[in-house]
Design a protein around this ligand. Structure first.
Ligand SMILES: CC(C)(COP(=O)(O)OP(=O)(O)OC[C@H]1O[C@@H](n2cnc3c(N)ncnc32)[C@H](O)[C@@H]1OP(=O)(O)O)[C@@H](O)C(=O)NCCC(=O)NCCS
Length: 186
């Protein structure tokens, strides 16, 4: 797959770049309240351009080592979302974990549905993976809808799986076997 991938309304999905730290810090600042219920509690330093630049360096090192694929949703230079394939494992597993968010002002336009579909193709064709897994909070209906539309299937509930918003919370686990055709086209 050739990146960047066009998504919706001129927004593209592209690889994270070394100079993205300030744009990422701006995006996280805009979306602090929007993301709070769905993410870990962040330390104060997280919100700075310096920390975001450092995190970009780590993510690009992981990418170079074949352990992940850090992508951003770009609207004319502004970062309006993220999508990461992380914790890539080879061998008999060939698995990655999927995480994502969209700017509060851009939700409900099909952006993440298009991005996750592109990530499925990229994980299969470029990363050579067999499977992607995603985990959502049980009440995250929008995220579950995105996964359903991209052909993910619900495989169960993991108790107290991730520490989100300061609490160890149950998550619904989803998987997509990448060679399978989508089970849902909604
Ligand atoms: C989840 C998230 C990424 C979805 O991004 P998005 O670009 O708005 O997603 P899409 O527009 O492609 O699709 C969203 C779908 O969920 C539906 N939806 C939204 N809110 C919903 C709700 N409360 N109940 C049921 N469905 C809902 C939308 O109607 C849409 O489905 P449709 O196209 O069939 O109408 C975005 O809401 C977000 O960033 N949330 C905060 C962070 C987060 O939850 N990340 C994922 C953690 S697992």
């Amino acid at each position: 797959m050739t990146l960047p991938v066009p998504l919706v309304d001129g927004v593209t999905l592209r690889l994270l770049r070394p100079d993205d730290g300030p744009a990422l810090a701006a995006a996280y600042a805009r979306n602090r309240e929007h993301l709070a219920p769905w993410e870990p509690v962040r330390p104060d330093a997280f919100w700075t351009a310096a920390r975001q630049t450092a995190q970009v360096g780590v993510a690009l090192s992981e990418h170079a080592a074949g352990r992940g694929c850090p992508l951003v949703l770009d609207d004319d230079g502004a970062i309006v979302g993220r999508l990461n394939v992380s914790d890539v494992v080879g061998g008999a597993f060939l698995n990655g974990h999927l995480g994502y968010w969209v700017d509060a002002a851009r939700t409900g336009r099909g952006l993440m549905s298009a991005a996750v579909r592109a990530a499925v193709d990229l994980a299969r064709d470029d990363l050579g993976l067999h499977r992607l897994q995603a985990a959502t909070l049980p009440h995250n209906a929008a995220s579950q809808r995105v996964l359903d539309r991209a052909g993910f299937t619900r495989i169960g509930v993991a108790s107290r799986y991730l520490r989100i918003a300061g609490e160890w919370q149950d998550h619904v686990l989803f998987q997509r076997i990448l060679d399978d055709p989508p089970t849902s086209t909604g």
